[in-house]
Ligand binder design. Sequence first.
Ligand SMILES: *Cc1c(COP(=O)(O)O)cnc(C)c1O
Length: 398
Amino acid sequence: METLEYIETKNTDFESINGNYGKYGGMYVPPVLESILKELYEKFKIIIQTSSFQEEYIRLLKTYVGRPSPLYYSKRLSEHIGSKIYLKREDLNHTGSHKINNAIGQILLAKHIGAEEIIAETGAGQHGVATATVAALFGIKCKVFMGKVDSERQKMNVDRMKMLGAEVILTKNGTATLKDAVDAALEYYIQNPNSYYLLGSQVGPHPYPTIVGYFQSVIGKEAKKQILEAEGKLPDNLIACIGGGSNAIGLFSEFLYDENIQIYAAEGGGEGLIIGKTAATLNMGKPTIFQGTFSYALVDENNEPVEAYSIAAGLDYPGVSPQHSLLKDEQRVKYHAVTDKEAIEAFKLLSVIEGIIPAIESAHAVALAIKLLKDKKNEISIINLSGRGDKDLDREFF
Ligand SMILES: *Cc1c(COP(=O)(O)O)cnc(C)c1O
């Protein structure tokens, strides 16, 4: 059996969790969906243990996605900050972000289950593109639900999804953004249980946070091996941006039990810590039942979900992962809000000093590193560069 050394193919750590992260997580869905999702979890546990699944997953990660992604010593950024910085280059993956790691894993799951159709939600369109891509790869029909407002902001990704053969279904409900797209996809799923819902972040009802966390954990497994090769020791700090939480947990999970490592995540602070002007869910939200799970969410005084705002469409979501909700309460991970303005500065800086145009989402992590690590000369840090910035170049911030 072909293996990549960095993947523990028989990792069953998640089993003890069983969908609950402390008081967070769970499955708050209508009964029809509950039985489908329970079955999905049982199948997931069995399928990922098989060598046929692991072989195909690993082969595609290597030869289709281009993994392992490099761990790049970012010399000029290190000099600028005064601390040693490595970038985990998820921006170099096929389709331009970490989303494809999860999409590949889940399409294989869908194939093994015998799903006739793939459905997905998308905000910025990155997950929609990743899903349309893997659906094309396997010749499975694909529908992507998207808010109409988002589709107007992200036209290039709508065109990419259509080119890849997916049907893009626009929803005008609510604020016509990501939250409404998730609602539309869940609704369709309830009515079409033979489809497979390929969820894009570490959110939603059990078992999705477990599944997505598992498929993204390849990031941290590679990074651990790479930093040991480069430095002969583990890093002092890890930093990632967080929308739903998938790229962050992907990097962090392999390091959570190394207590000497400080772990930080950058939320989309938007225009500041004001409800309605921010996407900083873990800083400004409350524990609530939201879109199938119990987690922090941005709510108003009546505990109704409110719209999130961030310049980064990938961070612009009023909910967040139940696992990150627990990691916040335990203070294992420190969550900071990074404003639009700080992210734009970091976006421009990384472009001109490293020749790497980051996704505006990832620029939030770079901005946080600049703030936290200034002149920490003897420390080594890894920033997760979750995606590339081509999609952001026609934005008004230039
Ligand atoms: C979607 C996206 C994010 C945010 O999603 P997470 O699930 O929190 O990782 C971050 N960066 C990029 C490039 C994205 O496309």
